[in-house]
Write a protein that binds this ligand. Structure first.
Ligand code: PMP
Ligand code: GLN
Length: 385
């Protein structure tokens, strides 16, 4: 393995899913739904294959999908974009983040990143030779510490890599928090890369506000999202980035050498999702709220949440985080390694998702599974020793 990848552990999502299969456990680890998105959208992909959309799509994406993404940003958030120069389709949000970092960050640049982070961010920052500067969201509330964010800025800071709604904590950044980020970015002329893949999966009536809509942000923000979470089609890997042409162009300069173009038959189908099923993600979110409550009350009942402690209340995404320190395990990883054997359930330790020790005893559970699966997981936890 090349030195640029040295020290980056294999992604835990695959290893814990493999562990779930190997042990016959209920998999509340890797975040993917067990019910597919709209049947009409899947049918549209089948139709696109049959209609011969089987050769390379244009590098930045099909004009139809780019227009649908621009329309989504306008209708939903009032963001106006030129689909020809300010929208690019990528192979999932993962490629968009990678291409943004490779296209815009210089070796030695410091990039502020919320901790616990999504693992691909820091892998790509390392590949780019950038220096990650963690800003920790601390249990139990996981709010953004604006003073800590401000204190983390130096004259080498190039960018903030933001994720809201935030995986794994479920935090949805508030207007006040985003205003503070915007003020800081403007003051220090920072680039902002935002991962908004859970934009539609907000709970308890919360609304996601794209960072790009805050004062001074439109001209410095690359907004990234994807079809996977919004439409329960995580295997499609159709994502996108939007923003000013100079930033989208830099991302595209990298993307063209990574993949050149993304899955042609899935692009017309993604267009159908965005144009004809705009309400679907909101319905999913309402449904997820009930599943969150089901899982969290089960975790309380099973004693995974310390007696008397406030249960987690994620505001978005499909993850809940608990602190397992009170259960007597050395750390969250030891707990998660033993859990399949003890209970037949898989969850993900947050240890690897930060530089600080803030996540040592934190464990992530997904509630994006069918209610009967969540109930089965809870029954198993209740029966465990
Ligand atoms: N960002 C976050 C925060 C995620 O949780 C995920 C996982 N789905 C991704 C990016 C990757 O998205 P995609 O599958 O579209 O590449
Ligand atoms: N985003 C999902 C998660 O956080 C899955 C990611 C992955 O498997 N790479 O669990």
């Amino acid at each position: 393995t090349a030195a640029r990848l040295a020290g980056i552990a294999p992604t835990v999502f695959s290893s814990y899913s493999a562990l779930a299969v190997a042990t016959g456990s209920v998999n509340l680890g890797q975040g993917f739904p067990d019910v597919d998105g709209p049947a009409e959208v899947v049918e549209a992909a089948r139709a696109a294959l049959a209609a011969g959309h089987n050769q390379y799509a244009p590098g930045p994406g099909t004009p139809g999908l780019r227009a649908a993404i621009a329309e989504h940003q306008r209708e939903r958030y009032g963001i106006t974009l030129d689909p020809a120069t300010e929208v690019v389709v990528t192979t999932g949000a993962t490629e968009a983040v990678a291409a943004a970092v490779l296209g815009l960050v210089e070796p030695g640049d410091e990039v502020l990143v919320l901790e616990p982070w999504y693992d691909s961010y820091v892998a790509m920052l390392q590949v780019a030779g950038a220096v990650r500067v963690p800003v920790t969201l601390r249990a139990p509330d996981f709010r953004l510490d604006v003073a800590a964010l401000r204190a983390a800025v130096t004259d080498r800071t190039r960018a903030i890599l933001l994720n809201t709604p935030h995986n794994p904590t479920g935090t949805v950044l508030t207007d006040a928090e985003l205003e503070a980020v915007a003020a800081l970015a403007v003051e220090h002329d920072l680039l902002v890369i935002t991962d908004e893949v859970y934009e539609h999966l907000t709970l308890d009536g919360r609304v996601h506000r794209p960072p790009a809509t805050f004062p001074g942000m439109a001209e410095r923000t690359l907004s990234i999202s994807s079809l996977g979470k919004s439409f329960s089609l995580t295997g499609w890997k159709i994502g996108w980035a939007t923003g000013p042409a100079h930033l989208v162009g830099a991302l595209l300069a990298a993307k063209q050498w990574l993949t050149f173009t993304s899955g042609a038959p899935l692009q017309p189908a993604a267009e159908v999702a965005l144009r004809e099923h705009a309400h679907w993600p909101g319905e999913l979110a309402r449904d997820l709220q009930g599943r969150r409550d089901l899982l969290v009350s089960g975790l309380v009942q099973a004693g995974v949440v310390a007696p008397g402690a406030a249960p987690p209340r994620p505001e978005g995404t499909y993850f809940a985080v608990t602190d397992v320190a009170h259960l007597g395990w050395a750390d969250g990883e030891a707990f998660c390694r033993a859990l399949p054997e003890r209970a037949g359930v898989v969850a993900i330790p947050l240890q690897g998702f930060g530089d600080s020790d803030a996540g040592t005893h934190l464990v992530r559970w997904t509630f994006c599974k069918r209610p009967e699966v969540l109930t089965q997981a809870v029954e198993r936890l209740l029966a465990a020793d």
